[in-house]
Design a protein around this ligand. Structure first.
Ligand code: AMP
Ligand code: MG
Length: 353
């Protein structure tokens, strides 16, 4: 038989454990505008001191990567034939050039002159064929040489546009920063690039993240539960203008100089690395679903993806089968999620009947 003192200690311990388990974690939210986008950060109340650190880091990144701030490193580089840059800038630029080679130019960080010509959110201009022909030679995806922190351009007029990777990169870096500081649960949303760590309040399996319906971006089409990862989404509804019933959006096909005309309306990529998730969401959008699936199968990068195609299909890569929930209220245009291989199965069946 246990000594009464021992029993008292056991009861006290059990009570302590019960209180710890039953006390719901309280999360707090910080919302602000930076890097040209709306940002939401959710942290446990006890970690709220990290809000300031996050804002400071994003300000630092703006000072490096902004295309419009005359004091930023990218602005200076875009207006000179060469420049000395910070180590962080050189690293991101090197990774971007490597990614351009890996994706055969589908992701192209050197098409700044093209983005400026179209100015999709500004003057909304449809360039002439002659203008496109004059601009495309400035957009070769390998127009820079990086040695240490020195960057030299092949053509002085070439301009960088790192808009397709900087937010995902920032989300991933912030996740690492929080992890190193001992934070175990967090959500950071940088304009559609969502980084999640640990789990949401009240659940033990991660965070439930919604994906917009590209046919009706005010509503969500699907959700999935994920943790310790970054989910990046690229869609033709994010930045665009319309003229004579045609949508001119902000994701360009570097081979034509025009908004990508692939079959994809939006593409969500899950990857443990934020830069890669964001880079791939843009690259796969440009590739189109068939090439994108072949690229997935090639194993060049480790990721999973969801594709919403113009005909209303939702296609999943192998690792997401059974893990994506379609939300009621999404438009009739969207069918049940299909596994990519479903095309092959359908053909096999057809031969047997
Ligand atoms: P995202 O929303 O991540 O797909 O990024 C789109 C942004 O990346 C655009 O607003 C442009 O600034 C830039 N961009 C457009 N097309 C490409 C491309 N093919 N490769 C790299 N960046 C691009
Ligand atoms: Mg991107």
């Amino acid at each position: 038989m246990k000594h009464p003192k021992q029993i008292v200690i056991w009861v006290a311990l059990c009570l302590l454990l019960f209180t710890a388990c039953s006390k719901a974690e309280v999360f707090v939210t910080d919302e602000f505008y930076a890097m040209n986008t709306y940002i939401t950060v959710r942290l446990p109340e006890s970690d709220r001191e990290h809000f300031a650190e996050i804002r400071t880091y994003l300000k630092e990144l703006e000072g490096i990567f902004s295309r419009t701030d005359p004091n930023s490193e990218i602005f200076r580089l875009n207006h000179a034939p060469s420049a000395e840059v910070s180590k962080e800038c050189a690293d991101v630029l090197e990774r971007s050039l490597r990614s351009a080679a890996d994706t055969c130019g589908a992701f192209n960080p050197c098409l700044g002159a093209l983005s400026s010509l179209w100015d999709v959110t500004g003057k909304k201009y449809i360039p002439t064929d002659a203008e496109l022909a004059a601009t495309l030679p400035l957009c070769a995806p390998n127009g820079y040489t990086v040695s240490g922190q020195s960057v030299v351009k092949e053509k002085a007029e070439t301009e960088l546009d790192l808009g397709a990777v900087v937010k995902g990169y920032a989300a991933g870096e912030l996740l690492e920063l929080l992890k190193n500081d001992g934070v175990t649960d967090a959500l950071i949303n940088l304009g559609g690039n969502v980084a999640v760590l640990g789990h949401a309040p009240g659940r033990s399996d991660g965070w439930s993240v919604g994906i917009k319906n590209p046919f009706d971006p005010e509503s969500l089409a699907a959700s999935l539960v994920c943790t310790d990862t970054v989910l990046a989404v690229s869609g033709d509804y994010e930045r665009y203008f319309e003229c004579d019933g045609v949508r001119y959006h902000h994701i360009f096909d570097g081979s034509t100089g025009k908004p990508s005309a692939s079959d994809i309306k939006s593409c969500a990529v899950l990857c443990s690395d934020g830069f890669t998730a964001d880079m791939l969401s843009t690259a796969l959008f440009v590739m189109g679903s068939e090439k994108a699936y072949a690229f997935y199968k090639s194993g060049t990068y480790s990721f999973e993806a969801i594709f919403f195609t113009a005909d209303g299909s939702i296609l999943l890569t192998d690792g997401l089968c059974g893990k994506v929930t379609l939300l009621s209220g999404s438009t009739d245009a969207l069918g049940e999620p299909l596994r990519f291989g479903a095309w092959e199965y359908a053909e096999d069946n057809a031969e047997n009947t």
